[in-house]
Structure formats: structure tokens, C-alpha cells
Ligand binder design. Structure first.
Ligand SMILES: NC(=O)c1ccc[n+]([C@@H]2O[C@H](COP(=O)([O-])OP(=O)(O)OC[C@H]3O[C@@H](n4cnc5c(N)ncnc54)[C@H](O)[C@@H]3O)[C@@H](O)[C@H]2O)c1
Length: 301
């Protein structure tokens, strides 16, 4: 049974770690956010405070509730210190198997007994990550969606060794932070990433071929299918670097239909990762606003 005194450690203070740490801290859990980069931690803390202050301005939270959530959040560059006695670890470091295994190798020995060990990997194997620790039955995929404070879904991903107790406790953790969880047996790209990778890749092929402008491809999916965002603006939000590594993985496991569009490879080589670098398919100004008419043109390719 979950207890509000249970402590959570979130490792990786990037785009996702920021949202995940906010979710736990604002749901009543003492939350430690860890990153090797002090700069990333400072940025994450500022964003979390921004989300909470925004909630106060909208009348969704009182100042006291926001302050209490801020007080429950702490940051640390020393993983072992932060993970000591935690009942849930959510690793959400860069999408790299060796880095993820190293994080677990260091943190797992100091967690509370029976702690859930969750990975937010988009496309790596939970089974393979789990095999690197002595308790693979306690490892589960906990796949969140960006932006975490708005997206309700969590895909809980079962590796070959994940046991029922871990699934049950993970569902409780998701309920406690107001998320809806679904169970997915480990398979490349799960349900949502597989579909989303296909859509984003196809949109880039269309852009590369000059089928329609970036703006019109996005409008087509928003207005034609009621998607809240078009696939190109979504790729800018997710990051084309992350997108490319997911596509490469799906290509190697599921075959030709996932071959990454050359335009994505070119954009990543140019450092045009999306919102996080201020330039992806669209350009963003220093306040993060999209520059009107900035969509990549087929004539520029
Ligand atoms: N971006 C998305 O929409 C999305 C959605 C679901 C899942 N994911 C997954 O979440 C994970 C993180 O993605 P992101 O977009 O937040 O990446 P990101 O690049 O924004 O952040 C990764 C962070 O990990 C930190 N890091 C790297 N090595 C570390 C280590 N050894 N110890 C501590 N911190 C370390 C980096 O400094 C960086 O701040 C990836 O596995 C990704 O596949 C991403």
C-alpha cells in the first residue's frame, strides 16, 4: 500500500524528468530530482515552480498548496544520496541503454526494500534494462507523455520478469498522481510511440517531397483527425533527436516501414532538435513562441 511518506527519486531533469517530478511533488510525495548537470536541475526547478505558479494564477491551486509542493521537491547531483530509502525510482535520463543501466546499478542497492524501479524509456527494452539489476521482477516501464502535467496516460510496460506485485504497486502510484495507466507487454514502440513514430516520419516524408507546407500538414491532422497537435509541431516538442533514436530502433526491430526519413537525419545533424534548441521544423523566439511562417519549406531542402 502506498503511503504519503513514501519518497520518490526521479533521475534525469530534462523535458520529461521535470514534468514527472512535478507530478509526484504536487501529489504529496517528497520528491528528489537528480541530474549530473546542475544547470539542468536549476532549469527544471524553475519550470516546476512556473507550472505551480501558473496553477495559482488560473485559480486551480492556492498559494499554500503550491508552496507545499515546492517544499516537497529537492534537487541533487549525487544519485546515491538522493536514492537512499526511496520507494519509487523513475529513471528518465537520456535514451541510452548503457547510461540507464549505470543509473540503476548505482541507485538500486540503496532504495527501500521492495521499491518499484521504473524506467520512462520510449523504446528500449525493459527486459534488457531489468536484466542489469539483481531484482528484475521489480523493474517496470512507466511511460509518461509530454507535457506530463497535461497528459493523463501512463503506459505500464511489463518486461519478461516484472511480477504482479510490481504491476499492482505501479498502478497505485499512477492513481496517486491522477494518471490513467494501461498495461502493455513489452514490444518495440509500445502502443503510442509506435503509432506516433510512424505519423511523424510520414509527415517528414511529405514535407521532404513537397506534398504540402509544414503548417498545412499539421493543420490536416489537427482539423481532419481532431489531433490536438500536428505531427511536425509534436516532433518539435518531443525533440527530433529523441524521435530519430526511436525510429532507428523501430527500423531495426520492426523493419522497413520505420526507416527514418532522411530529412530527420539532416535536421538532427544541423542541431535543429525542436523547441529545446529554439529551432526544429519551426523556429521559436527567446520566449518559446513559434515564429509565424517559419515552417521548413521544401524549397530549402
Ligand atoms: N521527450 C519525450 O516526449 C519523451 C516521452 C516519453 C518518454 N521519453 C523518454 O524519457 C527519457 C528522457 O527524455 P527527455 O526528453 O526528458 O530527455 P532530455 O535530453 O531532455 O533529458 C535527459 C536528461 O538526463 C540527464 N542525464 C544524462 N545522463 C545522466 C546520468 N547518468 N545521471 C543523471 N542524469 C543524466 C541529462 O543531463 C538530461 O538533463 C528518454 O528515455 C526518452 O526516451 C521521452
Amino acid at each position: 500500500m502506498l503511503d504519503k511518506n513514501h519518497k520518490v527519486v526521479v533521475v534525469g531533469a530534462g523535458l520529461m524528468g521535470t514534468g514527472i517530478a512535478h507530478a509526484f511533488a504536487s501529489s504529496g510525495f517528497a520528491t528528489q530530482l537528480v541530474d549530473t548537470s546542475a544547470e539542468a536541475l536549476a532549469k527544471a526547478e524553475k519550470s516546476i515552480h512556473g507550472i505551480l505558479d501558473g496553477g495559482v494564477k488560473l485559480g486551480k491551486l492556492t498559494v499554500d498548496v503550491a508552496d507545499a509542493a515546492k517544499a516537497r521537491l529537492s534537487t541533487n547531483t549525487v544519485l546515491k544520496q538522493a536514492a537512499e530509502g526511496a520507494h519509487l525510482l523513475v529513471e528518465t535520463v537520456s535514451e541510452n541503454l548503457a547510461v540507464k543501466k549505470a543509473v540503476l546499478g548505482e541507485a538500486v542497492p540503496v532504495l527501500a526494500a521492495n521499491a518499484v524501479i521504473a524506467t520512462n524509456t520510449s523504446a528500449l527494452s525493459v527486459t534488457e534494462i531489468a536484466a542489469s539489476v539483481p531484482c528484475p521482477e521489480r523493474v517496470i516501464g512507466m511511460h509518461f507523455f509530454n507535457p506530463v502535467h497535461k497528459m493523463k496516460l501512463v503506459e505500464l510496460v511489463l518486461g519478461i520478469a516484472t511480477d504482479e506485485a510490481t504491476v499492482a504497486t505501479s498502478r497505485e502510484w499512477c492513481d496517486a498522481i491522477g494518471k490513467t495507466s494501461i498495461l502493455v507487454n513489452e514490444s518495440p514502440g509500445l502502443t503510442t510511440s509506435r503509432m506516433s513514430a510512424m505519423l511523424g516520419n510520414e509527415a517528414m516524408w511529405m514535407l521532404q517531397e513537397g506534398t504540402a507546407s509544414a503548417e498545412d500538414i499539421d493543420t490536416a491532422l489537427r482539423m481532419g483527425f481532431n489531433h490536438p497537435m500536428g505531427p511536425l509541431e509534436l516532433g518539435d516538442l518531443t525533440g527530433w533527436d529523441t524521435r530519430l533514436s526511436v525510429l532507428r530502433y523501430l527500423h531495426s526491430t520492426l523493419g522497413e516501414k520505420f526507416r527514418p526519413c532522411p530529412l530527420i537525419i539532416k535536421m538532427v545533424a544541423a542541431g535543429r532538435y525542436g523547441r529545446k534548441t529554439g529551432h526544429g521544423v519551426y523556429k521559436y523566439d527567446e520566449t518559446g513562441q513559434r515564429v509565424p511562417g517559419s515552417g521548413l519549406k521544401a524549397s530549402n531542402l
